[in-house]
Write a protein of this length. Structure first.
Ligand code: OSB
Ligand code: MG
Length: 369
């Protein structure tokens, strides 16, 4: 693929409002922006979406930087793949570390799309037009949550996700449902429950949730299969699906009826597309998850979500959901609940280098040969 250099930027930005799950409250977001330059001068960019601490998956910003600098970039230098499709196999030489892998892999997708003169959406096999956008409430406080939902509805969002846990579930969901009877609503538990909580989870069946996301263990597919038999709300898996193999097994076992795909969690856009293709063939709807990310990853998600199996609005909100000012130009904008898919070659969004500089803590460049 003729790479000239790879530059890493370590960035940090405060969120407009802290985002809470039962596991962690994120007030400041660190991330890694990857800029790949080809020998022909073409560019591609990607984003590492690991958090500062390993609360969602085992990776962190520091472990990602280490993987990129000490393993993935040296491996790419030594054995630059001829074709984009060979990257996943090459990276599989190192175990897991999917977010670090995805940071480079997604940059290579952007680079190759630009080289081909195709939008990333078209290059992936997407449909063009626009995608529906969903948004996530980041507070367990009912008054604050209702306030956030009202603001989201005013901005045109039509699908909302809330976070639940055993300390904050049935009454919380019931009150939101009472105030927003027709809202497309889903709930994400981030592994807050065990099979012993089946009665509580069953009690949620009457609130017309589109789905309940990852109620049980973060790497479980066996107990989820038991649970799905006992509740009528569709289960969606997030954390448990880190590869195509996981998706195949979860579908075979009946552990879920929906899958949330995040390129970072599965190792990049290539693996994400394979999971999409498999789910589509097996009539399992998918949607694109979010990582409280910056615009680069958001832009990749917009392209991914244009694939035909993404039939449920994803957690792809506008840049202004979390940031005073994003690092891309133009920013991601939600209009009437939808985001336009860019038509120009590559991601369709450029790095805003002035903004990037403002939020950069460190950078390092690696020259090929
Ligand atoms: O479980 O989907 C999740 C945020 C960080 C880590 C995990 C998750 C989330 C969200 C918010 O639900 C998604 C977003 O708005 O970016
Ligand atoms: Mg989730």
């Amino acid at each position: 693929m003729n790479i000239w250099s790879i530059k890493l930027h370590h960035i940090k930005m405060p969120l407009k409002v802290p985002f809470s799950t039962h596991l962690e409250t994120v007030s400041e977001r660190e991330g890694i922006i990857v800029e790949v330059t080809g020998k022909d001068g073409s560019k591609g960019c990607g984003e590492g979406v690991a958090f500062s601490s390993p609360w969602y998956t085992e990776e962190t910003v520091s472990t990602s930087w280490h993987m990129l600098k000490d393993f993935l970039i040296p491996l790419l230098k030594k054995r630059t793949p001829e074709h984009l499709g060979e990257t996943e196999k090459l990276f599989s030489f190192f175990r897991r570390n999917h977010m670090a892998k995805a940071a480079i892999e997604s940059a290579l997708w952007d680079l190759e799309a630009r080289r081909k003169g195709l939008s990333l959406s078209a290059f992936l096999g997407g449909c063009g037009g626009s995608i529906p956008s969903g948004v996530v409430v980041g507070t367990p406080n009912i008054k604050a949550a209702v306030g956030q939902i009202e603001t989201f509805l005013d901005k045109g969002y039509t699908r909302v996700k809330i976070k639940i846990s055993p300390e904050n579930d049935v009454a919380f969901v019931a009150e939101i449902r009472r105030q927003f009877p027709n809202l497309d609503l889903m709930a994400d538990a981030n592994s807050a429950y065990t099979l012993e909580d089946v009665d509580k989870l069953k009690a949620l069946d009457e609130y017309g949730l589109m789905m309940i996301e990852q109620p049980l263990g973060n790497d479980d597919i066996v107990d989820h299969a038991s649970l799905q038999k006992k509740i009528s709300t569709p289960i969606c898996l997030d954390e448990s699906i880190v590869s195509l193999d996981d998706a195949v097994k979860a579908i075979k076992l009946g552990s879920c009826r929906v899958i949330n795909i995040k390129p970072g969690r599965v190792g990049g856009l290539g693996p994400a597309k394979k999971i999409h293709d498999y789910c589509r063939k097996h009539h399992i709807p998918v949607w694109c998850g979010g990582m409280i990310e910056f615009g680069v990853s958001r832009a990749h998600n917009v392209a991914l979500a244009s694939l035909p199996g993404f039939t449920i609005p994803g957690d792809i909100s506008g840049s202004d959901r979390y940031w005073e000012k994003d690092i891309i130009t133009p920013e991601i904008v939600v209009e009437k609940g939808r985001i336009k898919i860019p038509e120009r070659p590559g991601l369709g969004f450029d790095l805003d280098f002035r903004r990037l500089k403002e939020v950069t803590l460190a950078q390092e460049e690696f020259m090929f040969e």
